[in-house]
Design a protein around this ligand. Structure first.
Ligand code: GYE
Length: 332
């Protein structure tokens, strides 16, 4: 090897190692005295939260939307809100638009449980944490940060306990269920079946999609098939709005308040009024006011702080005896 070539190789080696250390390659020599720059702590002013709301199907939903909007205003965070009109494909496009805009956090109330894997993977790949709010998803839990919402199965179990208390000698009941495939309907149906005494039979179950308008014809069809008080003694209704729709059908068919034992879910003002009027005998609480918890968790996620994977809302059961007294203080 010529001297010249050896010199060229040496110079190249020295230059390369200098360049590497300048690029941040681990330098073993020359101890550094400078400290890593302090990590920025994010505040609500830095936050853009995406809330692809599933719809506006019920008073529960209206209260949930209001809670999210009010909290965003209060803490001073930006909110990207949309209404998917109970269609999963609309929620998915809204999420994709939020990913494109580079939001800080996505909080998703999923209309149904299945079919979220692809879009949740897209959010994860974009580094955007997702909080599942209200209903659950069936997707692998590695695809989202946490879930905040109600224990829908427990709500169904609480309803079952009311029927068991009322009908110790057995009965037949109908079920007016929520949106097919939604975490709320699946959980409530499972909870009911889990705890209902063997001598209480669910003779029919149909969906009213959580709305007044859709529950009315479903109840009318039930009344064509089954005679109230003879073929069935009670109804489990998955939310108050459907209950209010069902009451219209019952009234039109000449059924009087108290002829049937009706248990509903949510605890909205409408549900309380139905208890005051004698139509509902119990209303299982489901709390929609999730805004404060959602924003608090979103900020923690932005700051890389640990969060609880599952936050369940504390809830109770309301009864007619003090419904009139509680009604004026109900927030939704
Ligand atoms: O019970 C119903 C609404 O997912 C808990 O959705 C929610 C349910 C609620 O339409 O009123």
């Amino acid at each position: 090897m010529s001297k010249k070539l050896l010199f060229t190789i040496l110079v190249t080696l020295v230059l390369t190692s200098l360049m590497l250390s300048a690029c941040g390659a681990p330098a073993t020599s020359a101890p550094s005295t400078t400290q890593a720059p302090a990590k920025k702590t994010f505040t609500y002013a830095d936050m853009t939260l995406c809330y692809p709301q599933l719809g506006a199907e019920s008073d529960w939903r209206t209260a949930n939307t209001a809670s999210i909007k009010e909290t965003a205003d209060k803490v001073g965070a930006k909110l990207i809100f949309s209404d998917a009109q109970q269609k999963q494909e609309n929620q998915i496009s809204a999420i994709r638009a939020c990913i494109q805009q580079g939001v800080s956090v996505i909080a998703l109330p999923p209309v149904v449980e299945d079919g979220w894997d692809a879009v949740l993977t897209e959010a994860k790949n974009a580094g955007i944490p997702v909080i599942i709010v209200d209903r659950s998803v069936s997707a692998d839990s590695s695809l989202y940060a946490a879930h905040i919402g109600s224990d829908m199965k427990l709500e169904g179990e609480r309803a079952a306990a009311e029927f068991n208390k009322k009908f110790p000698n057995g009965a037949s009941i109908l079920e007016l269920s929520g949106t097919t495939g939604s975490g709320a309907a699946v959980g409530r149906a499972a909870g009911l079946r889990n705890k209902l005494n063997a001598n209480i039979k669910i003779i029919d179950s149909q969906t009213g999609n959580f709305t007044r308008a859709e529950a009315l014809p479903v109840m009318q069809a039930f009344l064509q098939k089954y005679k109230p008080g003879v073929d069935f003694q009670g109804i489990f209704i998955h939310n108050d709005d459907m209950g209010i729709g069902a009451i219209e059908a019952l009234k039109a068919a000449g059924v009087k308040p108290g002829d049937l034992f009706i248990v509903s879910v949510d605890g909205t003002r409408g549900g309380f009024q139905a208890m005051v009027d004698g139509w509902f005998q119990a209303d299982v609480e489901c709390n929609p006011l999730l805004g404060p918890q959602v924003f608090e968790m979103a900020l923690k996620l932005m700051n890389g702080q640990p969060v609880d994977r599952e936050t369940l809302t504390n809830e109770t059961v309301y009864y007619p005896d003090n419904a009139a007294q509680l009604l004026p203080s109900r927030k939704y």
